[in-house]
Design a protein around this ligand. Structure first.
Ligand code: C2E
Ligand code: CA
Ligand code: CA
Length: 644
């Protein structure tokens, strides 16, 4: 400023000296004007700059704010993620570890420590896989070879393969270990204790294939083994299937209770297992049904020997908490591959053989024969036809008289059922009654017999009774008394003219219901006869269980007379006992005069048999009965009732 003023002063100094003040003023004013203009220009640019700076600043500020917010958010997210990761890894049921490419531990969760009871002093980030395994081995929670394990692991990781293994720990636990390679080297390891799951799976698998009560293989496993064994027959293997069930098992269940029934089945299972070799298999295939696969047989005699051994083992008495029990068994045997090359065919053959064994009388064994299959088919046909027979009116009753041995007067006529099959002709009751019993048809058929027999007998002379055979199943039926009363009422016949024939089987059942039914019938005036005596359990004590009116001595004892000494002794004993117990002794199947003379001499008071008459239809029977009608009694010929 001072220089400027000096220059202005110089300019305003007159050459002659002295300062022209006007010039100076002008110069100064001009300088001020210029300065003012300059200032204004500078001011303008400055304010522009400030504006720009301001804008820039504001922009920067918002940018910083935005970034900070984003960063904060990211940070929060990260820490949340971290928290979750920690929570997740430490609450996992699996142990989790991460290793780097140098086998060093990066992270591991709490579960890993708990699972193997490890020390955090040793297991910590930075420790090596080998140190870790050594520590585990020292703690007794690593069973393998450390070097081999590491070599395997390295191999897998080098090939980028997951190593997945079930490992058994020395303490019995099972751990599922998975080592999964990571992209940048290293791996993630998970260890899961699957002991419980494995045990549960094993239990379920066991339950599906073993019987809960006896722990024997069940039908499923049995069939599997059968299929395997059949595959072996291609190599020339021979084996046998023994199929058995327990006779009289139901009796044990009914009289002693299911608990003892179960106990008995367990003992049977044990006994069967003692009978067989390790290569054989015993299975429980049904309630009281067992099956045995006898492997590697050379000749049928091996099979028969085992069947006999099984029979003896099962028949030996049982002691069920102080209760003695006896059961028997029938055994059906099929040989593979002769009797079947499929499991089903083989089982069916064994089952048919079992059926055959039972038909032979209980407590035996039978080999399968092709004829059994034929008989079975026939039986099934009978079953189907039998279901229609009653409504189709194919049944008929024949009558066979029972006569007094002294005067040959007819005392009673036994009703014997006949089935007039449209194609087969007359079918013997011996063939169809057992089938009807098995399929439950014996009850309606038996009811029909009772009603028809009473109606027929109502036309006979009043002193001649009618005898009706009852199956044990009918006697067990609660309905029997009302059915009998209904039949008598419908025929208008007094109860004293009806005789009921039952076999020893009925008495052997000795249940409250059957005994009550028999007593009730007897109270009503119906007589009760013991039929076929001597063929069943042949126990004289059975005669004391119920006050029978009559004992019918089975034909088998009469057929040997008069020569067979044993038979005569038996007939004499039974007749004697009958007389003592106030029962009528009747000899069945008397065919000759000599037999008649003998049974009379031995004490029988009544006889039945071809000698006097075969069973005959009602109309020809009437001819036999008419002469016995007292003159006072007129035949009610017009009153022939019809029943369905
Ligand atoms: P069962 O009660 O022992 O009947 C006597 C059987 O012996 C009859 O056979 C009869 O024909 C036969 N018979 C009679 N006298 C002689 C003889 O002198 N010699 C020979 N060899 N046999 C003789 P059937 O009629 O074949 O009956 C067989 C069995 O069928 C009967 O034996 C009986 O247990 C049963 N049955 C017959 N009808 C019925 C019925 O209505 N209901 C039930 N539940 N069973 C019946
Ligand atoms: Ca009879
Ligand atoms: Ca009989």
């Amino acid at each position: 400023m001072n220089k400027l003023f000096d220059r202005q002063l110089a300019k305003a100094t007159r050459p002659q000296g002295g300062v022209d003040l006007d010039v100076l003023r002008e110069l100064v004013v001009a300088a001020y004007d210029q300065a003012e203009r300059d200032r204004k220009r500078t001011d303008r640019s400055l304010s522009l700059m400030i504006q720009e700076l301001d804008q820039l600043n504001r922009k920067l500020e918002t940018q910083v704010e935005e970034r900070t917010a984003a960063l904060r958010e990211r940070e929060a997210e990260l820490s949340e993620q971290n928290r979750r990761f920690d929570a997740a890894t430490n609450n996992m049921s699996q142990a989790l570890m991460m290793f780097d490419g140098d086998h060093r531990l990066l992270i591991c969760n709490d579960r890993y420590f708990q699972m193997y009871r490890l020390s955090p002093d040793i297991v910590k980030p930075g420790c090596t896989m080998r140190e870790l395994l050594q520590h585990r081995a020292a703690m007794g929670v690593f069973a393998g070879d450390i070097d081999a394990y590491i070599a395997d692991l390295d191999g897998c990781m080098a090939r980028s393969e997951t190593m997945d293994r079930m490992t058994e720990l020395p303490d019995g636990r099972t751990v599922h270990v998975v080592n999964h390679p990571m992209a940048g080297g290293g791996w993630v390891a998970t260890h899961e204790d699957v002991t419980e799951r494995r045990r549960a799976e094993q239990r379920i698998a066991h339950m599906a294939r073993y019987d809960a009560l006896t722990d024997l293989p069940n039908r499923v496993l049995f069939r599997e083994r059968l299929t395997e064994a059949l595959a072996g027959t291609a190599r020339g293997d021979r084996f046998a299937v023994h199929y058995l069930d327990l006779d009289r098992f139901k009796g044990v269940n009914d009289t002693l209770g299911h608990q003892f029934g179960d106990e008995l089945l367990k003992i049977v299972a044990e006994r069967l297992q003692c009978c067989v070799r390790e290569t054989d298999m015993v299975a429980r295939v049904g309630g009281d049904e067992f099956a045995v696969i006898q492997a590697g047989i050379e000749q049928p005699v091996d099979v028969a020997m085992l069947a006999r051994r099984i029979g003896e083992a099962v028949r030996a008495p049982y002691n069920l908490a102080g209760n003695a029990a006896v059961v028997d068994t029938s055994i059906g045997i099929a040989l593979a591959p002769t009797d079947g090359s499929e499991p089903d065919a083989l089982l069916k053959a064994a089952d048919l053989a079992l059926y055959g064994a039972k038909a032979d009388g209980r407590g035996t064994y039978r080999f399968f024969e092709a004829a059994m299959d034929r008989r079975m088919k026939e039986r099934r046909e009978i079953e189907i036809a039998l279901r229609k027979a009653l409504t189709a009116g194919e049944f008929e009753l024949h009558y066979q008289p029972l006569v007094n041995v002294d005067d040959r007067r007819i005392t009673c006529c036994e009703a014997l059922l006949r089935w007039n099959h449209p194609e087969r002709g007359m079918v013997s009751p011996a063939d169809f009654v057992p089938v009807a019993e098995e399929i439950g048809l014996i009850v309606p058929i038996g009811d029909w017999v009772l009603r028809k027999a009473c109606i027929d007998a109502a036309r006979w002379p009043a002193d001649i009774k009618v005898a009706v055979n009852l199956s044990p199943i009918q006697v067990m039926n609660q309905n029997l008394v009302p059915v009998v009363l209904g039949a008598l009422a419908a025929a208008g016949m007094p109860a004293r003219r009806l005789e009921i024939e039952i076999t020893e089987n009925v008495v052997m059942q000795n249940t409250e219901t059957t005994m009550a039914t028999l007593h009730r019938l007897r109270e009503l005036g119906v007589s009760i006869s013991m039929d076929d005596f001597g063929t069943g359990y042949s126990s004289l004590s059975n005669l004391r269980k119920f006050p029978f009116d009559k004992i019918k001595i089975d034909r088998s004892f009469v057929s040997g007379l008069p020569d067979d000494g044993d038979s005569s002794a038996i007939v004499r004993a039974i007749a004697g006992l009958a007389a003592n117990l106030n029962m009528t002794a009747t000899a069945e199947g008397v065919e000759t005069q000599a037999q008649l003379d003998t049974v009379r001499a031995l004490g029988c008071v009544e006889m039945q048999g071809y000698l006097f008459s075969k069973p005959r239809p009602l109309d020809t029977l009437m001819h036999l009965l008419e002469p016995q009608r007292p003159a006072a009694e007129a035949a009610p010929a017009g009153r022939v009732a019809r029943i369905a």
